[in-house]
Write a protein that binds this ligand. Structure first.
Ligand SMILES: [Cu+2]
Length: 361
């Protein structure tokens, strides 16, 4: 029953969740900024379409007829078996609902944005067969940050109807980005061509109870059914229409990620950008383990240090671990709070979700 309550509350009233955030986290939300977002002014998604910058292209109107978005499973995949990973990646150009009421013509790896999460260990060889189908219109390419290969060889663009083999040894552990690097790379990344590859240490990561993968990225809306607006994405002070986890605005606020109380949660986080920094934070908990770009905060360290937020510039990744001590709701945000009202909001629901908050609901 409580679950149904919270679902209703989260789906039907972004405002209530903002009150939750404000109350639980004592977070400073700019009232004017909140009032200008669709989430906070009564859930009218139309308002989100008017977040485009003054002087930029015409506002993109919400389309109530846009297909419902496809919920992305946030569960991290198991590590691939073996030491040679032969993977076919087909690049597609296809429609995708990136937020309720907004459909774009996106470019993908593997028919999804972000592309599939790949997971290997240090010392493994990854052999990617990259395919650009004849039905596509654009040249594309791939650049694995987990590789050490020449830009003008493996990362070359291929035309529709062509394919290439991109092979590398995963020499260093980390949470890495891969993306299309075809010029202009900003356009290809902003239009959906990015993903995460996890390289575990050679001996593997210690097991934990639950693992998730979250990729932060930005959408700079083009008109309905069109590619993104490259002019909007190119400004030196980028103002995305949406900042999202795993491709779709607010999907894990609409559909909270359920976890047990007290168990260890590991999240692989990547900021795919293309241009905005992330401050990854989960309201109501402290990260006891962080591995960010090779820097390790380990549980049990001298002094008992913990971490509240992990700063990730575009193309930086981290592994963070946490636990939830009480039944309840734990919002997932970038603590760059102007983006929380623009889709960068998810929720971990621990246990039964706790008691409904008094007032405001
Ligand atoms: Cu591309």
């Amino acid at each position: 029953m409580q679950r149904a309550f919270w679902y209703t509350g989260l789906v039907g009233g972004g405002m209530s969740l903002f009150l939750t955030l404000a109350l639980v986290g004592s977070l400073l939300l700019n009232a004017a900024a909140v009032g200008s977002t669709g989430s906070a002014d009564g859930g009218d998604p139309d308002a989100l379409g008017h977040q485009g910058e003054a002087g930029a292209a015409a506002p993109v109107e919400s389309d109530p007829g846009a297909p419902e978005y496809v919920l992305r499973d946030p569960t991290a995949p198991d590590r691939s078996e073996g030491e040679l990973h032969e993977i076919e990646l087909v690049m597609s150009e296809q429609p995708m609902t990136v937020a309720a009421g907004y459909e774009q013509l996106v470019w993908t790896f593997g028919d999804e944005v972000p592309g599939p999460v790949l997971r290997v260990k240090a010392g493994d060889v990854v052999r990617i067969t990259l395919k650009n189908p004849e039905t596509n219109l654009m040249p594309h390419s791939i650049d694995f940050h987990s590789s050490m290969v020449a830009w003008n060889d493996e990362m070359r663009s291929i035309n529709p109807g062509e394919e290439l083999v991109y092979e590398f040894e995963a020499k260093y552990a980390g949470v890495y980005m891969y993306h299309c690097g075809t010029s202009p790379a900003l356009m290809h990344i902003a239009n959906g061509m990015y993903g995460m590859i996890i390289v575990e240490p050679a001996e593997g990561l210690p097991p934990v109870d639950h693992e998730f993968a979250l990729v932060q990225s930005e959408w700079y809306l083009g008109q309905q059914g069109q590619t993104i607006d490259i002019a909007k994405a190119s400004t030196s002070g980028p103002a995305p229409d949406f900042v999202v986890w795993n491709g779709v605005a607010n999907q894990y606020a609409d559909h909270p990620i359920e976890v047990p109380v007290g168990e260890t949660i590991r999240v692989f986080v990547l900021n795919a950008g293309p241009s905005v920094d992330s401050s990854f934070h989960v309201v109501g908990t402290i990260f006891h383990e962080v591995i960010k770009e090779g820097i390790h905060l380990a549980e049990g360290n001298d002094g008992g240090w913990g971490s509240q937020a992990v700063d990730l510039s575009p193309a930086q990744g981290a592994i963070v671990e946490m636990r939830f001590d009480e039944d309840g709701l734990y919002p997932i945000v970038t603590h760059a709070f102007n983006f929380v009202g623009k889709g960068a909001l998810g929720v971990f629901m621990a246990g039964d979700g706790g008691e409904p908050m008094e007032g405001g609901h």
